[in-house]
Design a protein around this ligand. Structure first.
Ligand code: HEC
Ligand code: HEC
Ligand code: HEC
Ligand code: HEC
Ligand code: HEC
Length: 372
């Protein structure tokens, strides 16, 4: 097993000359701007406070996370097994999931516990970047190749997002859809914006693929996560339907908390709510994943031997919850609201997270029903 890992890591090390993210700015100004504000650029432990803190608690001496969080590192293997430590002065590391790294992936290999990114071996100095442009123009900085299917069918995302299991065989995350396939990640996460691919735009292109990779930290995206519907059943019950509209499960990253808050309002006062203090008191409407060890104590994902709590909903799937309410009268308003947090608030405060984007409450879609 170890030998196989070793061989694979040899294959994926970068052999062509590394061009750092800043060097793309000269020509791809807009894409560079978007990318440097994205979580891909901030994926390393130098730029992501949450990632760094979880790493320090769970694996203080090793940085096995490097495989996906600083994949361009030259000494990837040594950093992963702890013989060398991450270095903030190295561009290849602080660049995180860099332009160069993503655009050199030739193939994604599906293995049991995590998928693996492959590179074609190149010893030259001028790298080839894969993409999806029709009739691509030439550039003196790099070669281009638009014939790699994985940049069209989103397979390129699956090397890192595909899945992860811990050493006890417990699944930590998975981005496959309801049929176990890869959905159109690029279609939803790289929408086309007006403008050219390069500053000069010699090909006169009218749109380019955005590189913000927005997700749970964006109010507009959070509004697209689910569809909610409310329906009267009788005088004292309603039915809430939750449909996951995304191409993956509601919960992929286990630090997240997403839930529906449902209230009944009478004369401007809330007379009923689906949970008292903590959303998890309504287990059916709370989406999160908690892990436990052999003694059934709550633990961080790397130490888990089992799942403690798992309420999740696969891509395009629907869930119906029926609520018993106090007897409804004319004028009562029933309201359901989607809410999500990058980190469960209790965990965020115990980790003393300072980044506001991580502790903020994001509100998604809401629906209302009035008793006539
Ligand atoms: C197989 C690839 C892979 C490995 C290995 C990996 N991660 Fe990640 N990690 C990801 C991906 C992909 C995301 C984004 C997932 C999402 O947002 O749903 C992520 C996101 C995270 C986040 C959320 C960050 C944020 O700011 O929202 C944390 C925390 C995290 N990882 C911790 C770790 C730690 C700690 C390790 C090592 C012990 C690790 N990861 C190893 C792929 C990986
Ligand atoms: C000197 C200018 C220049 C620099 C610097 C540059 N590029 Fe390009 N790149 C181009 C041009 C020109 C094109 C073709 C644009 C077109 O056809 O509209 C291109 C196209 C691409 C494509 C599309 C390939 C395809 O087949 O679809 C990718 C991907 C790409 N560049 C990535 C990068 C990355 C990553 C960097 C930084 C490491 C970078 N470029 C730096 C000029 C440059
Ligand atoms: C080399 C590994 C790698 C590849 C390839 C990759 N990602 Fe990521 N992605 C990550 C990591 C790691 C994070 C989390 C960074 C963090 O939060 O610290 C992430 C974060 C994200 C996020 C942001 C989530 C948030 O917290 O807001 C989205 C959306 C995303 N990726 C989509 C994609 C899509 C779509 C593709 C394919 C075009 C892709 N990724 C390819 C590693 C990768
Ligand atoms: C039908 C549209 C759609 C498709 C297809 C899709 N996503 Fe998403 N994704 C979303 C929306 C909307 C969000 C933001 C809402 C949320 O995170 O709750 C999101 C969130 C994310 C996040 C952050 C989630 C979190 O909880 O941290 C990651 C990472 C991500 N997507 C990656 C991917 C990858 C990889 C694929 C392809 C396998 C993909 N997405 C396919 C719509 C889509
Ligand atoms: C997470 C992986 C990932 C990262 C990081 C990334 N790209 Fe891309 N890029 C893609 C994918 C996938 C496409 C194809 C999008 C499509 O077909 O709509 C693409 C398309 C492009 C294109 C072609 C333009 C177009 O409109 O399709 C250029 C140029 C490009 N990227 C440059 C860059 C530069 C420069 C950076 C860094 C500043 C960067 N990319 C970072 C995945 C990535």
């Amino acid at each position: 097993m170890r030998i196989i890992t070793l061989i694979i890591l040899l294959f994926i090390s970068l052999n062509a000359k590394y061009l750092d993210t800043k060097s793309c700015k000269e020509c791809h100004e807009m894409i560079h701007y978007e990318h440097t504000n994205s979580m891909h650029h901030k994926s390393s432990l130098f730029k992501d406070e949450l990632h760094r803190k979880i790493k320090e608690i769970t694996t203080p001496d090793k940085y096995s996370c490097a495989l996906c969080h600083i994949p361009a590192a030259t000494n990837l293997r040594a950093i992963m097994d702890g013989t060398e430590q991450p270095n903030s002065k190295s561009k290849k590391q602080s660049d995180g999931v860099s332009c160069f790294y993503c655009h050199q992936i030739t193939k994604v290999m599906i293995t049991k516990h995590k998928n693996i990114n492959f590179y074609s071996y190149k010893d030259g100095t001028k790298p080839t970047f894969f993409g999806n442009l029709n009739n691509v123009d030439s550039s003196d900085k790099h070669k281009s190749n638009s014939s790699n299917e994985i940049y069209k069918n989103s397979q390129v995302c699956m090397g890192c997002h595909g899945k992860k299991y811990n050493k006890h065989g417990v699944q930590i995350c998975s981005a496959v859809d309801e049929k176990g396939k890869t959905s159109d990640c690029i279609g939803c996460h790289m929408p086309k914006f007006p403008g050219g691919t390069t500053k000069l735009n010699k090909r006169g292109r009218e749109e380019y693929s955005s590189h913000e990779f927005l997700g749970i930290r964006d109010d507009v995206m959070v509004k697209k996560a689910v569809e909610l519907k409310l329906k009267f059943i009788d005088k004292n019950s309603v039915e809430l339907t939750i449909k996951n509209k995304m191409g993956h499960s509601i919960i992929m990253q286990p630090m997240r908390l997403k839930y529906v808050e449902t209230t009944v309002e009478r004369f401007g006062k809330i007379i009923w709510k689906n949970f008292d203090k903590y959303p998890i008191d309504d287990e059916e409407a709370t989406f999160t994943r908690l892990f436990q060890d052999d003694k059934m104590n709550r633990v961080f994902p790397p130490f888990a031997t089992d799942i403690k709590f798992d309420n999740n909903l696969k891509a395009n799937s629907t869930k119906i919850i029926t609520y018993k309410l106090p007897e409804l009268i004319k004028g009562d308003i029933i309201k359901s609201q989607w809410i999500s947090y990058v980190i469960r608030p209790a965990l965020a405060s115990s980790l003393k997270i300072m980044d506001k984007k991580m502790t903020k409450k994001y509100t998604g879609v809401s629906v209302k029903l009035e008793v006539k």
